[in-house]
Structures are given as C-alpha cells and as structure tokens.
Design a binder for this molecule. Sequence first.
Ligand code: P1T
Length: 389
Amino acid sequence: MEQGFSTRAIHAGQEPDPATGAVIPPMHLTTTYKQDGVGGLRGGYEYSRSGNPTRNALHEALAALEEGTTALAFASGLAAEDTLLRTVCRSGDHVVLGGDAYGGTFRLISRVLSEWGLEHTPVDLDDADALRAAIRPTTRVVWCETPSNPLLNITDIERTAAVAHEAGALLVVDNTFASPYLQRPLTLGADVVVHSTTKYLGGHSDVVGGALVTRDAGLGERLAYNHNAMGAVASPFDSWLVLRSLKTLGVRMDRHCANAARVAEFLAGRSDVTAVLYPGLPDHPGHETAARQMSGFGGMISFRLRDGEDAALAVCERTRLFTLAESLGGVESLIEHPHRMTHASAAGSPLEVPSDLVRLSVGIEDIEDLISDLEQALATVGGSPRARG
Ligand code: P1T
C-alpha cells in the first residue's frame, strides 16, 4: 500500500546508514571520493557537485513528497528557477507569468534573463481567456505561484495546465507557499514544481535552498545534467538541514494552518483593516479552488490597512512577537511590508504591490500570544477593534 505523507517525509531516502546503523543518514561533508583505480567509483560518487549521498537522500525525499520521479536540490530557490528557465528556454522564447509573484522571480525573468533574450508577459492566470491571449507561438513556460506571494491569489492548476499544454508550453508551479503537504501540483497536471526550500520545507529560518521536481523523465535528465553543469547545487549541510525538517513538515503545516485561520478571522473583524487576503476565508475569490486543490489554506496572510502606507509601516515596526523580517515559513512568526521589502524590485511594474499591504508568516507559537501581539500593534496606530460594518 502507498505510504502516507508523513511516513514518506520521515523515511523516504532516509534508511538507517548501512555501515553503522545510524538512524539519521550521516552528513557527507566531502568534496571528493576515493576511486578504486581510475573510474572505479563507489556507488557512482566522483565529486560532490555531481553527486553527494546527503543531497541524493534529499532528492529522494522531495520526489516522494511531491509525487515526482526526479527531484534536484539547489543552493537557493532562485538558483533552481534560473537553472530551470535556462534549461527549457532559449533566446527569443517567451514566458507567461502570473500578475503576482515573488519579486525576485520577476526580477530574474524581467531584468536578468531578458538580457539573454527571454521575453515575458504578466497576466491574470485565472482568466483563461487572458492567458490564451497572452500565449505566443514562442511561449515555452507558464509560470504560476499558487497561493501567490504576497497577494495570496489562487490559480486553478488543472485548468491552467490544460491551457498551457494546448499551446505546447510547460506549466511550472511554485509550490513554496503551500508545500507538498497541502498541495501536489504534479498530480494536477503541472510539469515542474519549484520550491524555495528556505521556507516551509526548511521550516526553521536557518537554511537557504531551492528545489525542482518533475515526473517527466526526459526533462528530469536535462535538468539533472544542468544541475551539475551549471553548478548551483545544495551543500551537504543545507541538504541535511532540509531533510531533518521534512520529518516534521506535516505537523508544522497543520499548526501553521490552524494559527493562520485564527489570525485571519481576527483581522477580518477589524474596522482598520480593509481587506484580509487569506484563501481560507469564504469570501476570498479563490476559496473554492483552494479548497479543491489544497488540503489546508496555509500559514501566509496579507492584509491592507485603512490608514495607508504609514499605518502599514507602523504596524510592521510595532509588533513584538512577529519579527520584522523578510522570508517566511519558519516556526517563528514574521511580519513585513512587501512594497518596500520583498517586492521592492517589482516597483513600477505590473507586479507592483499596494503600499498599504502587510504580510504575515504566521508561525506555530501559541495563538493567543500572536493575536494579542497584533492587537497591541494595531492599537498603537489608532486602529479600532470594532467589527467591520
Ligand atoms: O530566496 P530563495 O530561496 O532564492 O527563493 C526565492 C523564492 C521563490 N519563490 C517564492 C514563492 C518565494 O517566496 C521566494 C523567496 N521569498 C522571500 C524571500 C520572501 O520573503 O517572500
């Protein structure tokens, strides 16, 4: 029988070490491997950019969790994205991306890869007609983040895959916000899943990493070739940290979801908050799609303040438990101002985010403490707890 998610998270690729019985696979901090005569490799290991047992264990675990066949671990999420785009696109090719995406992804496509001739069009991916209209004969990739960063938009993966495939393009889904515990895009028709493992997969704000996962054997081979040839691989130590964290992904995500639902409900009841962007709220435009393709709504929430940017900045600076910092997905709660921080590189572009927006990465602390922290921070900027009329 197929094993459950958390069983796979704890065991896939992580058999006890055959040499010693160590229950936790050892961290292989080596750059190179002794050869038994020229070309006499032990287990195929030659040099740690090309192969490392700790990183391979992570590959196996990630493939099992995303229900893919090839997984590759990178030095960062952006390194994974860059390797993917430079593997599947050539000069003159075109990428359609959602009208809301991580600012760094947009910067990679619009500022770096554009210099190599890659073209792009941002579009509302959930508008199938707009998506079809944006697709050109040269479109190689439809790039989708769902839920998106930072506006928590939801895209129907199955429908978007169908439109991309009609046009002969690949659907890439950045699954960083959901994690494979809540959503498995490859089972819904996506061709490649991208992760910033820096976030929920790492889960403790102590490792920067990325991953690509696919079920397409040919594409998997091309990506694996460039993983080595381009060289942006995850280190053994970083791989070990992510592997350790995967074991608790399920329990962490359950708690992130439960805490975020309570925070969203709290924010939705305030008159100084004009919008709460959380797919778990029944009035979120993507709620039904999210309920269908995710098994929980995640730990990320954004909200807009009635009193504009100054109020948003003040709230970010006045929480005590929510730490003012970029990144997300760790056990500790974080708060940030996307317009000036994580998405500053989208300023002046169609992906620019509103300046009255605050983003929360809701951690797994005690929920009462999180809510009282937000309450005191909102009160200091003159907010009123009265219910919205
Ligand atoms: O930071 P890095 O590991 O390179 O991953 C980039 C990345 C890719 N995709 C998504 C959805 C992301 O959120 C990120 C990184 N995001 C932040 C640092 C942030 O605070 O939003």
